[in-house]
Structures are given as structure tokens and as C-alpha cells.
Design a protein around this ligand. Structure first.
Ligand code: ADP
Length: 467
């Protein structure tokens, strides 16, 4: 059984993992596909934008840039000529120049604004990041000598580009789109650079595109997970019930064996000559046999009763009865029956409430609670019985000072066959049915029963009945 359960658990987990992996692969494929589509869409859109830009003769998005750079290089070139023999200074200046060019190209251009507007007009997302990549920058001195400020390694591999060429992005890069490839040749400098765009919240855009598939896939995983957990819990529950049944049979066998053993021993005793000559001994043994037979009979009746309770639906024979009186009757006959086994205190404020109950079943309910209170306490048992009523319900509280019930056991004590510290602890005899009946009876009356308890301190059972 244990082995089978583990196999089912492992198989289930394996199947769920396969499902999750499968869904992951599908979603990842979908993501890639959408990523590519987005890329293609914006690339062709950028191309369109640049083509339309060419149509507008008077508009050059790099007007301001060239103006600033011309001005700057006019100042910087003579300076370079003076430090041409000082490599350290030269390197420093080159760095500054490169930084300045990058900054101006980046911030003073109007191309980004133009593209944004174009995208919006076409009904597309307008937010993107742009990036400038300089591949070559030379400053040119008075007599045409060139100061190389920067040259990318890849510069020579690139096809020669006209200043207005729109090209595709380098192969393999699907994240940024090359929009414009520039070449500015001026008196004091020449520069090659590229203008790229990249969508800042591309993730969000793709997520929107695949939202439906993604939620369906998460949903299916959750459903399968839920079904699995449900099935597994059912399996565990079945296992628990079967354990309880085994415990029950063990307990019952033990209960039946005790009186039987006594009777057997008594029978053997009667065979002895010494006993037979003493009449009082015979009488005592006969009484013992009688008492144990009664006990045996009770046990067998109880077992018969169990199967009866199982088969028949509750047939309550309800009558409106003064609950205070019923409680008094039950408790006093319990006291007599158990021979002052406990100190019982009653405190009722039912305000004359008349409950609609089946007295026989109700008596069983209270008796079960009282006998448990006696049974599960070791000495000086004190039982407080409290009764009250509000507008709609009657409450009966039975509190004892016994051994108490642990939190985990509290959850199960009303289950059929359940016994706390279950197994074969025979110190307290029982079959694990008393509280099961208590709850069954309470529920059949439209009420319920609850427990609160602290191990070592005692337990309180509260029965609620509507009236
Ligand atoms: P049984 O008494 O035959 O074992 P019950 O259904 O009456 O079965 O009770 C279930 C379990 O709840 C008992 O085994 C016992 O451990 C615990 N229990 C019930 N009543 C009390 C009580 N008053 N004090 C402590 N434990 C109790």
C-alpha cells in the first residue's frame, strides 16, 4: 500500500513536470515568434519612417548636431596640433573628443522625436530607447593631416554606407533595429555612426500578445495540479480509514477476549475440588461468570448496533420537551449508574426552553459525553455540566478535568473508529465510536458538537441544538 502510494505520487509529480516542461517549451516558442514579429514590424516601420523623412527636403534631424560639432571642432583641431608630440595629452584629449561627440549625437538629434511621432501616427507603441554607435571618427588638421580619434575594429568589414542608407541590423541581433547609417564629412572632421532603436518595454508588448495562450497554459497546469492534489488526498483519506478499521478490529478483539478469558478461567476454577466444597466460592464464581457474560452480551449488542446505525438512516422520533428536565433525568440516572464515579455539578439556565428532540438518542449523546469524561480522567473526576439557551439555540457544555486531547487528535475524535493515541493502547477501553455517534446525533437534530481541550488540563465538549 505504502509502495503503491509512493508510486502514484511519483508518477503524478512526473506527469505534472512533463506538462510544465511542455507548456514552457510552447510558450518560449511563442515568445520567440512574437519577438521576431515585433522586430520585423518595427523594422519595416522604421524604414517607412526614414523613407518619408527623405521626402521632407527641408528637415534634417542632425542639423543642430552638425552645427554644434562644427563649432566644437574648429576650436579643438588647433589644440590637437599643438600637442601632437605629447602622446599622453593626446590620448586624454581624444577621449574627451569622443565623449563629446557621443553626447551631442545622442542628445541633440531630432530623429528619435520624428520616429516616435511616426509610430504614433501609424498606431504603434511610441516608446523606445535609441543608441548611437560610432564606428569611425577622425579630426582633420589644416594641412589635411588626420588625427584618428576612434576606429571600431569592425569598421572595415562594413559595407560603405551613404549618409542616408537604411540598413538591416547586424545578423543575429534581434534586439535592436538599425534605423540610420550616417556619414558626415566636414572640413575639420569626418564621422561614421549608426543609429539603433530598441523597444524599452518590449517584454510588456510581447506579454500582451501572448497573454491568452499564457493564461490558458497556466490555467491548465493549475487544473491538473488541483485534480492531482484532490485525488492524492482522497487516496490518503482512504488509507487513513482503512487504518482506523484495522485498529477498530484489534480493539474489539481485545475487548471481547477479556470477558471470555475470565469466563474460561472461572470454568476451570469450578472444576477444582477445593472450590466445589466451598459454597460461597461457587457462588462468587457463578456471579463472576454471570457478570462477564452480561458484559460480553453488551459488547456483542454494541457491535450489532454499529451495523444497525450504519444501515438505517436516522429516524428521529422528535418531541417538544423541557430540556432542563431531560438533562436532570439523564444526569441523575448517570450518577446512579456509575456509582458516584465522579463529582458532577449542574448549572442550567435554559429559561424553560423546549427542545424538539428524540429523547432516546439525546440520552445516548449526553451519556457518551459523560462516560468519556469519566473514562478519560485518572482520579478525582470533576464534571461541570452547564446549560443555556439564546433565541434560537440550546447550548450544553460538559467540561472535565481529565487527560485532555492534543490539537491533532481534536481534529479527528469525531471520526468513526478514531481513538486518540490510536493503535492498541488498552489503558482506556473503547472502540472509537462514542463521539462519532455524538456528532451524528447532534447533526441529525440540526445542531453540532465542538471540542476545546488542553492535554493534561481537561476537555470541554459543547453541544449546540436549535429549538
Ligand atoms: P472511545 O472512547 O471508544 O475511544 P470516542 O469516540 O468516544 O471513542 O472518543 C474518541 C477519542 O477521543 C478517545 O479515544 C479519546 O482519546 C478521546 N476523548 C474523548 N472524550 C475525551 C475526554 N473527555 N477527555 C479526553 N479524551 C477524550
Amino acid at each position: 500500500m505504502m509502495h503503491k502510494r509512493n508510486t502514484i505520487l511519483l508518477l503524478g509529480i512526473f506527469a505534472i513536470l512533463v506538462l510544465i516542461t511542455g507548456q514552457y517549451v510552447i510558450i518560449r516558442g511563442l515568445w520567440k515568434q512574437n519577438d521576431e514579429m515585433l522586430y520585423l514590424r518595427y523594422r519595416s516601420l522604421s524604414q517607412e519612417a526614414v523613407n518619408s523623412l527623405r521626402g521632407i527636403r527641408s528637415f534634417d534631424p542632425y542639423d543642430t548636431v552638425t552645427f554644434i560639432l562644427n563649432d566644437y571642432s574648429e576650436k579643438v583641431v588647433p589644440e590637437l596640433e599643438t600637442i601632437r608630440d605629447n602622446p599622453t595629452k593626446m590620448a586624454e584629449r581624444k577621449q574627451d573628443i569622443f565623449a563629446f561627440f557621443s553626447k551631442v549625437l545622442d542628445s541633440e538629434q531630432d530623429l528619435s522625436g520624428y520616429l516616435s511621432k511616426y509610430f504614433v501616427n501609424m498606431g504603434f507603441e511610441k516608446d523606445f530607447n535609441h543608441r548611437i554607435e560610432i564606428s569611425n571618427l577622425d579630426m582633420i588638421g589644416h594641412n589635411q593631416d588626420t588625427f584618428r580619434i576612434y576606429r571600431a575594429e569592425s569598421f572595415f568589414n562594413r559595407p560603405f554606407a551613404d549618409r542616408t542608407e537604411v540598413s538591416t541590423a547586424p545578423k543575429g541581433s534581434k534586439s535592436s533595429i538599425l534605423v540610420y547609417r550616417y556619414r558626415l564629412v566636414r572640413t575639420n572632421y569626418n564621422i561614421f555612426f549608426e543609429y539603433y532603436i530598441d523597444f524599452s518595454d518590449k517584454r510588456k508588448m510581447i506579454l500582451q500578445e501572448i497573454a491568452w495562450s499564457l493564461s490558458m497554459s497556466i490555467f491548465s497546469i493549475l487544473i491538473v495540479l488541483a485534480i492531482f492534489i484532490y485525488t492524492y488526498r482522497n487516496l490518503m483519506e482512504e488509507k487513513r480509514l482503512s487504518n482506523l478499521k484495522t485498529d477498530f478490529i484489534n480493539n474489539m478483539t481485545h475487548e471481547l477476549k477479556t470477558p471470555l478469558a475470565t469466563i474460561t478461567v472461572a470454568g476451570k476454577t469450578l472444576e477444582m475440588d477445593k472450590i466445589r466444597s466451598d459454597e460461597s466460592m461457587i457462588l462468587e464464581t457463578a456471579r463472576l461468570i454471570g457478570k462477564q457474560s452480561v458484559h460480553l452480551n453488551q459488547l456483542i449488542n454494541m457491535i450489532l448496533e454499529i451495523s444497525m446505525w450504519e444501515r438505517t438512516q436516522f429516524q428521529l422520533d422528535r418531541k417538544k420537551i423541557d430540556i432542563g428536565e431531560v438533562m436532570n433525568d439523564i444526569v441523575s440516572s448517570f450518577k446512579t449508574g456509575c456509582g458516584n464515579c465522579a463529582e458532577l455539578n449542574e448549572k442550567y439556565s435554559f429559561k424553560g426552553a423546549k427542545a424538539d428532540i428524540d429523547v432516546v438518542y439525546f440520552t445516548t449523546l449526553i451519556n457518551n459525553l459523560l462516560s468519556n469524561a469519566v473514562k478519560y480522567s485518572d482520579k478525582d473526576t470533576r464534571i461541570e455540566i452547564e446549560g443555556m439557551a439564546d433565541n434560537s439555540n440550546i447550548y450544553i457544555k460538559i467540561a472535565d478535568n481529565g487527560i485532555g486531547i492534543s490539537k491533532t487528535d481534536q481534529k479527528h475524535i469525531f471520526d468513526k473508529f478514531y481513538r486518540a493515541s490510536s493503535g492498541n493502547i488498552h489503558k482506556y477501553k473503547g472502540l472509537g465510536l462514542g463521539l462519532y455517534y455524538v456528532r451524528k446525533i447532534a447533526v441529525a437534530h440540526g445542531g453540532d458538537v465542538a471540542v476545546s481541550s488542553k492535554p493534561g488540563k481537561g476537555s470541554i465538549f459543547t453541544v449546540t441544538l436549535p429549538y
